[in-house]
Ligand binder design. Structure first.
Ligand code: PEP
Ligand code: MG
Length: 577
């Protein structure tokens, strides 16, 4: 077999050689039958799935009517009637409450039963309705099992996963012992799938496009998560070459281990705080050992995404408390729910949006759902009794949102104080600066917030107008864009003038190439994927602040991302001489 080389977008570093596991999501009806012990939970799942199907179908009817006409729209209207028909939906509920079937099994059984009745009718028109029943059943099942992800549990041996796409909730379920690495057809550098791959330490290449069609199950593949290079049917010499790369990688990681115990201080004494981003409290457990001095971003949405119902106050409290305790008094910045964009919550019944990244996301949603927001804030404030907890609001675009969020937090704090709940003495409140409007208004915000954390992943997407998920425009997505650098400078300068601190929790903070610029601009706290901690620390300790300040001044005069990269590469090159 001939060796074939593909080029994708490397999003999580590491070389891996292994056997391909081609992930084909299960089609509705092919699911294993499953009983469930909590009928109430299954009924709620089913109800939510139905509601989501209905709103999706209603929207489709409208769209179809204007594009394809009334006749085609009527077919979809038929599906809505099925969903509302007393012979279709209520029997599913009965199968759950009487016979303890899971929601998706109940759907499968009723769909099969009713489709068979239609199929046996003499009239052709009626026969065809069986397909509609199956279609609507498929729609419901997809809402219940998401991508049909249970096939991922079929991975029994260490493999390289090949998939069309992995949702962030698929990715959180991956077991790094079994999934050596993964390649997907779509996705970009800062999609949440990429971020999760990084925090799980799984090498990944995304955005491979149609090339992936040619990869058969069981074939030998190689992926390089740094360069984005992938190989199918590699020749013996190629395997050898990548084996030595893997070895070198391992040696380099060993060498860098000493930075677990060293702070990040430049040769002239400028010290920066090196923090880590986490998605689960378990990830916090090993952080102190790895040399992280804080958690600069706890993405709480993964706690919400890994379950089928909303986590209650106590469940959330336990998770936040565990993270605070694991850090033993070191700061833990807990970000309130950032759902929307590429992160869905099936049980929230969010409307389908044409531009989800510009829509009902993060603080826009939580401010609209004070019930949900209050519960989370209560849990965070309660956890603050167990360490140094700070609260951060995502996607703030203007002062109004910040003030409303702050007022609600204060209300919750007072309520807990009145209940006599123990809490940390001072819980700082800050905002993510990830929308250009917030960066430009940093001097105004700085008078009111306790801190800023720059989210470059979104800041780039919103400044350069380039979808962080879209591989077609990935070449435009660059945090070294001069416009982005100016916004970062605006934020840090504003915080310095106001005497507050600025962190950065987007991917730029974890890139050693960005380190001289960030030292030069005076960034205080750097939060990154745990795998980047040592390399960034090593780079900072090699630098001299005064040199970096001069470099930053020079970079601010540059006009293109390419020029910025080149200046940084040359600067670091000089240092290693
Ligand atoms: C960011 O936008 O840079 C960020 C850290 O948040 P997220 O990647 O979760 O959107
Ligand atoms: Mg963001």
């Amino acid at each position: 077999m001939t060796e074939i080389r593909y080029q994708g977008i490397g999003v999580s570093a590491g070389v891996r050689i292994g056997t391909a596991f081609v992930y084909n999501p299960v089609k509705p009806g092919e699911l294993q039958e499953r009983k469930a012990d909590n009928a109430e939970e299954e009924l709620t799942r089913l109800r939510h799935a139905k509601a989501r199907c209905l709103s999706e179908l209603e929207e489709l009817v409208e769209r179809t009517r204007s594009t394809l006409g009334e006749e085609k729209a009527a077919i979809l209207k038929g599906q809505i009637s099925f969903l509302n028909d007393p012979t279709f939906y209520p029997p599913m509920e009965q199968l759950i409450s009487k016979d303890a079937w899971s929601a998706e099994t109940a759907v499968g059984k009723i769909v099969a039963r009713i489709a068979a009745i239609f199929e046996n009718m003499p009239n052709d028109y009626m026969k065809e309705r069986a397909a509609d029943i199956r279609d609507v059943g498929g729609r419901l099942t997809a809402k219940l099992v998401g991508n049909g992800g249970n096939r991922l549990t079929d991975i029994k041996e260490p493999s390289i996963l090949i998939a069309e796409d992995l949702t962030p909730s698929d990715t959180v379920q991956l077991d790094p012992a079994l999934v050596l690495g993964f390649m997907t057809r779509i996705g970009g550098k800062t999609s949440h799938t990429a971020i999760l791959a990084n925090s799980l330490g799984i090498p990944a290449v995304l955005g491979l496009g149609n090339a992936l069609d040619g990869v058969p199950d069981g074939a030998t593949v190689i992926l390089d998560g740094s360069t984005g290079e992938c190989l199918l049917h590699p020749e013996a010499a190629t395997v050898e070459r990548y084996r030595s790369l893997m070895l070198a990688e391992r040696e380099e990681l060993e060498r860098l281990k000493r930075f677990s115990e060293q702070p990040a201080v430049t040769s002239d004494g400028f010290r920066v705080e090196i923090a880590a981003n986490i998605g689960t409290p378990a990830e916090a457990e090993s952080l102190l050992q790895k040399g992280a001095e804080a958690v600069g971003l706890y993405r709480t949405e993964f706690l919400f995404m890994s379950r089928t119902v909303m986590p209650d106050e106590n469940t959330q409290f336990q998770a936040y408390k565990a993270a605070a305790q694991a850090m033993q008094g070191k700061p833990v910045v807990i970000r309130t729910l950032d759902i929307g964009g590429d992160k869905e919550l099936p049980y929230l019944e969010l409307p389908h949006e044409l531009n989800p990244f510009l829509g009902y996301r993060a603080v826009r949603l939580t401010l609209d759902r004070p019930d949900l927001f209050r519960t989370q804030l209560r849990a965070i404030y309660r956890a603050s009794a167990f360490g140094t907890v700070k609260i951060m609001f995502p996607m703030i675009s203007g002062l109004g949102e910040w003030r409303r969020a702050k007022a609600l937090a204060e209300e919750v704090r007072q309520e807990l104080a009145a209940e006599g709940q123990p809490m940390g003495e001072k819980v700082e409140l800050g905002i993510m600066v990830e929308i250009p409007s917030a960066a430009l208004l940093a001097p105004q915000f700085a008078k009111e917030v306790d801190f800023f954390s720059i989210g470059t992943n979104d800041l780039v997407q919103y400044t350069v107008a380039v979808d962080r998920m879209n591989e077609k425009v990935a070449n435009l997505y660059d945090y070294f864009h001069p416009a982005v650098i100016r916004l970062i400078k605006t934020v840090i300068d504003a915080s310095n003038r106001a005497g507050i601190w600025t962190g950065m929790c987007g991917s730029m903070a974890g890139d050693p190439l960005a380190a001289p610029l960030l030292v030069g601009l005076g960034l205080h706290e750097w939060s990154m994927s745990p795998s980047a901690l040592h390399r960034v620390k090593e780079t900072v300790t090699r630098l001299n602040r005064q040199d970096c300040i001069r470099l930053a001044e020079r970079i601010l005069e540059l006009e293109t991302p390419e020029e910025v990269r080149q200046a940084l590469q040359e600067f670091l090159g000089e240092y290693s001489r």
